[in-house]
Design a protein around this ligand. Structure first.
Ligand code: SAH
Ligand code: SF4
Length: 351
């Protein structure tokens, strides 16, 4: 979709066309202009010829049930990016077997860059190199893609959350990232509440500071993954530039300006960062009542192995004993390699 081209075409149209087109594109999620019945036929034909709505994508999904789906979207220059629709199961109700309509939640995970230049040792995206930043339009297009898919299913399902946890580091592409956030949040376009938007950063303090100054308050998550600087530097090369002390300072400033909770993500990697000692060290860092920890079961992508389930439980127990609010992320979609950059890396010979 080319929004600049669209504005150019609409230049000589009456003002109310914008509202009609916003509704058609971002609320009714049309995928061809012929569906925009409020527009005159001649305009629909011109838009079809000059401003096509097609999003080129290939979908990967697991068999049966309410599972995650992943799409590889091909951008106009041939770059390929990943986006995931995570269909979390809802609470089981007594009628669950008979009711088609799901009570689950739909979370969309979007990429902010094609690849990532930061090369974290555990991350498939980081291992596959960096091509370029995405534009705000390419970021929002990922959401529109899934919104169209949910609409086509006809079950009345909506997007509940959007997380910037796909390929890339959003704060290395701050301007386009925040432009996309504002577009998604705008009541005239996508109208997705700020509380339903989350960004994850590997700890770039400049970005944390800029986000603290924004009027729009989305959720912030920090990829910590290690409880001390020396282990962190082994896993995350850019940690050399951003010591934990500075990250926590930036987070505290963010909390004092926004009053929001901050999530610390911690990948559980077998024999690397998952010992009892690591848990105690982590608990030492997580002192603010507005901090919380999310333990993420690792998806094996290379030299590392995931921690066993029992180890994750034991690690969680230690944190909780130290009064650290801790959750364990559901291991969604491992079958479709639904973590950061894995599918794009594997796509030769996959499925
Ligand atoms: N660059 C940002 C945003 C990407 S988020 C960041 O790193 O926070 C991607 C999330 O997926 C991060 O929390 C990252 O640590 C996690 N991740 C990367 N590789 C993974 C893997 N193999 N298994 C599970 N999670 C992974
Ligand atoms: Fe980039 Fe995040 Fe992957 Fe590190 S974990 S390489 S910062 S996408």
């Amino acid at each position: 979709m080319n929004l600049d081209k669209l504005s150019e075409i609409l230049k000589n149209e009456p003002k109310f066309r914008y509202a009609q087109i916003n509704k058609a594109l971002f609320q009714d999620y049309i995928s061809v202009w012929s569906e925009a019945s409020s527009l005159p036929k001649i305009l629909r034909e011109q838009l079809t010829a000059e401003c096509p709505l097609e999003i080129k994508a290939q979908i990967f999904k697991t068999a049966g049930g309410r599972k995650s789906e992943k799409a590889l979207i091909t951008l106009t220059d041939g770059e390929i990016i990943e986006t995931v629709l995570i269909r979390q199961r809802g609470e089981k109700t007594e009628k669950a077997e008979t009711v088609e309509k799901s009570t689950g939640r739909n979370t969309i995970c979007v990429s902010s860059q094609a690849g990532c230049p930061l090369g974290c040792a555990f991350c498939a995206t980081g291992m596959n190199g960096f091509s370029r930043n995405l534009t705000a339009e390419e970021i929002t297009e990922q959401v529109i893609f899934w919104a169209r898919r949910l609409k086509a299913e006809g079950k009345g399902e909506k997007i509940d959350n959007i997380v910037f946890m796909g390929m890339g580091e959003p704060f290395l592409n701050y301007a386009e990232f925040i432009k996309a956030v504002k577009f998604l949040n705008n009541p005239e376009t996508m109208n997705i509440g700020a509380r339903r938007l989350s960004v994850s950063t590997v700890g770039l303090t400049e970005g944390i500071k800029r986000l603290a100054g924004e009027k729009i308050q989305i959720n912030l998550a920090i990829s910590l993954h290690a409880p001390n600087d020396s282990l962190r530097r082994e896993l995350i090369p850019v940690a050399k530039k951003y010591p934990l002390r500075e990250i926590f300072q930036a987070v505290d400033n963010y909390i004092s300006r926004t009053g929001r909770r901050v999530m610390f993500e911690y990948l559980m990697i077998k024999g690397v960062n998952d010992s009892d000692k690591n848990a105690l060290e982590l608990a030492e860092l997580i002192k603010n009542p507005l901090y919380m920890v999310n333990l993420i079961p690792y998806n094996a992508t290379g030299k590392f192995k995931p921690s066993e389930r029992e180890r994750i439980d034991a690690f969680k127990k230690i944190l909780e004993k130290e009064n650290v609010p801790t959750t364990v992320r559901l291991s969604f979609g491992t079958e479709i390699a639904a973590a950061c950059g894995q599918l794009r890396g594997k796509r030769k010979g996959y499925v």
